[in-house]
Design a protein around this ligand. Structure first.
Ligand code: ST9
Ligand code: ZN
Ligand code: ZN
Length: 349
């Protein structure tokens, strides 16, 4: 039986409604997809800027500039103390958050873990837990949008821009699959995370300010702006260089297919963390480098000294043979060929 005239009308009105909706969608959002988009690993999405963080970083940098000026008026012990705080904060990041907790390249006894957690708090770079969570996602998904500081998004983003905007949805999605139970199983990591704000404010700002005032009578202004603010901003930039410069400019002797590079300048500042091509190739190596403490790797020297007094143990090191095989398989061999003719070089591959 043919459909009645009212049924035709209903069908027509529905069709018109659908066409209207599509027309409106095209006008309002010209390229609006009618189905949910599939997120690709390197697809860019606009993420909101976190203006509060922008303001904090501007204030910190202005304070650091004032700190540079005040260096000329600081007492010598204050300058030495500021340098020591930089190295301690650095060790908390390199020997603690990075090599001990994020990559489990060696084991440490409780006193050393407490010391490293104090140092990591001096550096104020988020709690050990949060630092390691971002860093593990960085290694697993390097140079994709799931990498919190994806170097493919440019120098500024990978250096510090990523801390001034919301994270890409893929960071949460892929990050949720990264195992982190081992971190919270360590009471040092657990309690540092639980009381992170007061701990970090005390270690990064209060302690470096009051110690020079009490111990050798430094003025509040100099103590606050030099060993606290200037030293903090300096340590941040040195750390960030590993994510920016050491993902862009340098050599790739171990794996030429990846972005991370060996950069001696970064290694010098980051007390041994600029051997980034090696580190991304062999993340389980406690030295994060083929080379020892004498070769711009202060952190390795520190861990070895801790092993000597029984505080560190089970240090993982790649064998020379494994490293050489990997270099031959995936490394940039142009450097190897060059070295074959250089008889004075330490490493004869
Ligand atoms: C800083 C860190 O500077 C620097 C790290 C550098 C790393 C370098 C590594 C290089 C190797 C080592 C070399 C060391 C050399 C050292 C040399 C020293 C001399 N996975 O983050 P939220 C979830 S910090 C899974 O707020 P938004 C999670 O549920 C400087 N899930 O995202 C989380 O909740 P909760 C001081 C994840 O809202 C929730 O999402 N700090 C992951 O997009 C929300 O997380 C700052 O400047 C993940 N990876 O905000 C800014 N991530 O935490 C601090 C998140 O409760 N950060 N989730 O579990 C912020 O303000 C915000 O994170 C944001 C993003 C605005 C950046
Ligand atoms: Zn790492
Ligand atoms: Zn990296």
């Amino acid at each position: 039986m043919p459909p009645r005239i009212e049924e035709y009308e209903t069908v027509l009105t529905n069709r018109q409604k659908q066409e209207n909706i599509e027309q409106i969608q095209e006008q309002v959002i010209p390229s609006a997809p009618l189905v949910a988009p599939v997120k690709k690993e390197n697809e860019n999405v606009d993420l909101p800027i976190v203006w509060k963080n922008v303001a904090i970083f501007i204030a910190l940098h202005l304070g650091a500039l004032y700190g540079v000026y005040l260096c000329f008026y600081a007492k010598l012990p204050t300058l030495i103390f500021a340098f020591i705080m930089y190295v301690l904060g650095g060790l908390g990041i390199t020997g603690g958050a990075h090599r001990l907790w994020a990559h489990k390249t060696y084991k440490a006894k409780l006193p050393l873990r407490i010391f490293l957690a104090f140092c990591q708090s001096v550096a104020l770079q988020n709690s050990i837990f949060e630092w390691c969570r971002d860093h593990r996602v960085h290694h697993k998904h390097a140079e994709t949008n799931a990498d919190p500081h994806n170097a493919k998004r440019g120098f500024f983003f990978s250096h510090m821009g990523w801390l001034m905007m919301r994270k890409h949805p893929l960071v949460f999605e892929k990050g949720a699959r990264i195992p982190l139970d081992d971190l919270l199983a360590d009471p040092v990591v657990y309690y540092q995370r639980k009381y992170y704000k007061p701990i970090a404010i005390f270690c990064c700002f209060v302690f470096p300010t009051i110690a020079p005032m009490i111990l050798w009578g430094e003025s509040f202004t100099v103590a606050y702006f030099v060993p606290a603010i200037l030293r903090y901003v300096w340590t941040l930039h040195i750390t960030w260089l590993v994510n920016s410069v050491a993902h862009m400019w340098g050599w790739k002797p171990y794996d030429k297919r990846i972005n991370p590079v060996e950069n001696l300048f970064v290694s010098l500042g980051a007390i041994g963390e600029g051997f980034h091509n090696y580190h991304h190739t062999f993340p389980q190596d406690y030295a994060t480098s083929e080379y020892g403490a004498a070769y711009l790797n202060f952190t390795k020297g520190f861990i070895d000294a801790m092993a000597f007094i029984g505080q560190a143990y089970d240090r993982n090191k790649m064998s020379e043979e494994t490293v050489l095989k990997r270099r031959q398989r995936t490394g940039d061999l142009s450097e190897l060929e060059h070295r074959e003719h250089d008889e004075s070089h330490e490493h004869d591959y």
